[in-house]
Design a protein around this ligand. Sequence first.
Ligand SMILES: Cc1cc2nc3c(=O)[nH]c(=O)nc-3n(C[C@H](O)[C@H](O)[C@H](O)COP(=O)(O)OP(=O)(O)OC[C@H]3O[C@@H](n4cnc5c(N)ncnc54)[C@H](O)[C@@H]3O)c2cc1C
Length: 284
Amino acid sequence: MKHDLIIVGGGVAGCAAAITARQRNLDTLIIASGGGALSKTKRIDNYPGFPEISGPELLEKLRAHARQMGAAFKTQLVRRVMPMGETLSVLADNDLYEAKTVILAMGTARVRMLPGEEALVGQGVSYCATCDGMFYQDGEVIVIGAHEEAVEEADYLATLARVNYIKERPHNTGALAEGIALLPGKPLKLYEKGEKIALETDQGEVVADGVFILRPAVAMTQLIPEVAAENGAITVDKHLATSVPGVFAAGDILGAPLQAGKAVGEGTVAALSAASYLLKSAPQ
Ligand SMILES: Cc1cc2nc3c(=O)[nH]c(=O)nc-3n(C[C@H](O)[C@H](O)[C@H](O)COP(=O)(O)OP(=O)(O)OC[C@H]3O[C@@H](n4cnc5c(N)ncnc54)[C@H](O)[C@@H]3O)c2cc1C
């Protein structure tokens, strides 16, 4: 099923976008990995109409409103948005969704990358075992895991290749499949070594055919590298359209000021722009 609109992010901007999109009768799916900035906010004093409201309470109201309008919700981490002609494919955890338009509303979630990582993305460094695991059949890979879900992905990779697992952050690795080598130490940097990729750790060097980095968040530039961005913020026009046709953006992901009221306004504009884009691109 192809949705009219998929919104990546279920915070202020994402919910505001969903409410207006539903008012325009767009079939709308929100995919959100968590609660975003509001879930960390004790009290907001300047959100119009709701003096002294707590962040989680405002978030709950926004989500309830979006649901009441008919938006569907999924709690998943979006790993990749892929422009494929007239369709935008959205990979969330291990599920693939399709949409005619997408609104990016991921907030300011920053991901600290390893030195050397960015330059090697697609050149031996991957963030998705399901997407790229097959390239390493019968080879050797390193998995850099930052949360428990990475263990499951590593277990899948172990059905294809020899796997060395190293923790970027502390987490339980009890469910690692037999045969996976759990390496000691801390990942420090990545670099090419001949045809292979090397990982430097504080315990020495490990070399493999490929490296999978599995974190609970995705850097914006990796989620959709096709979209133009500057200084960590997505570049948009006055309709909040990005450089990729059918992809719009709203909220903190567009940069300062980081304010809930601004995120609401931008979510609304982005939804109206998506509706207008769909009308213009509909077959006559
Ligand atoms: C401590 C604190 C106090 C604040 N106080 C105020 C205040 O008083 N007044 C005010 O106006 N503003 C305040 N803000 C700012 C306000 O909370 C933000 O401007 C607003 O929440 C931005 O909304 P957003 O939808 O852009 O991002 P967020 O609300 O951060 O939502 C981002 C959403 O994207 C999801 N997401 C991210 N990456 C992915 C992914 N790869 N896949 C799926 N989902 C993803 C997150 O889980 C979340 O659902 C405060 C912020 C903080 C942190």
